[in-house]
Design a binder for this molecule. Sequence first.
Ligand code: ZN
Length: 273
Amino acid sequence: MDELIVTVGITGSRITRSQTPAIPITPEEIARSGIEAWRAGASVLHVHVRDPRTELGTQDVELFREVVDRLRAETDAVLCLTTSGIPGRSFSTEERLAPLALRPDMASFDAGSINTPAGVFLNEPDFLEALADEARRQGVKLELECFEPGMVATCLRYLEDGVLDRPPHFQFVLGTAFGMPADVKSLLHLSEMLPADASWSAIGIGRTQLPMATLAILMGGHARVGLEDNIYYRRGELATGNAQLVERVVRLAGELGRPIASSADARRLLSLS
Ligand code: ZN
């Protein structure tokens, strides 16, 4: 099997200090947490930024710039910037695409719409096609986030039509409130839909983070962990930070005989230049 790419979702857009003191909010905190996770073995850093006044996600490009500059100065990690805004809230296409101007290695592409407790996470065809265009123009590889099989089918169609570039990298997001369950059947079904040149990674939300990461290690996929998706280390015990969650998956992979990808390995595996 290929080396395991560990991605860390550093902060996401919604978890606040009242839920866990470990959640990074300011650009400096987000960068520091990303650097710690990279040192622990994460080769891909998935970045959101927060408005320090509200603690919630924002697409403010200057905040992204500050985080990206700090991460580039101290790591060789693959940087994947979000285009999601806050799922369930309204952001314009321009706001959502703004971070691509920083020409990160990767950006997220949520391949369809889905209900969330806060409303619809809206990703209309016009938005997806504008994102695909802008990513190609800026030389940014898209991480194809799929919450259910229809989103995989959407990506396959866009790949066939040349809207998306090859080889594709999929990120399965399982165990969300109103999405596909995080279980073996889901992961098998989604991974078996993919073309031969695709790579994939799995996210399990909340308590499903650890089992989904373990399954991905065993199945030859890649794994995302981090506070964006799960704030607990185990039942009733908050994680101390992103590095702690990364360290555990690195240990597990070691026990299961799966080497960990360096940032250079991740670039090769993801066909990044
Ligand atoms: Zn995200």
